[in-house]
Design a protein. Sequence first.
Length: 117
Amino acid sequence: QVQLVESGGGLVQAGGSLRLSCVASGRSFSTDDMGWFRQAPGKEREFVASISWSGDSTYRADSVKGRFTISRDNAKNTVFLQMNSLKPEDTAVYYCAAEVLGIYRYWGQGTQVTVSS
């Protein structure tokens, strides 16, 4: 059974940092692109960042550029999201996902990030 499990969320003050992790099991994703998404209360899920299978290419939403960094460790089947200079508007449930054949087919259960002002 394929599983993606996020961790590292929590409550942090504005300006603080968190590092999210996403560990995959049941299947290797070392040849697949991975992404992070988030969903705030009352809003649609939105793209945050993605990383190519090799880690050579990364993309970030404009709202997080300069503050968030995505990385991966294929040997550990893990993807990370380093979040710095957090803002209250970053409050959301954060999900990792694996892109297989052009579609984000596998999703984690999410981890809550709350940024207080």
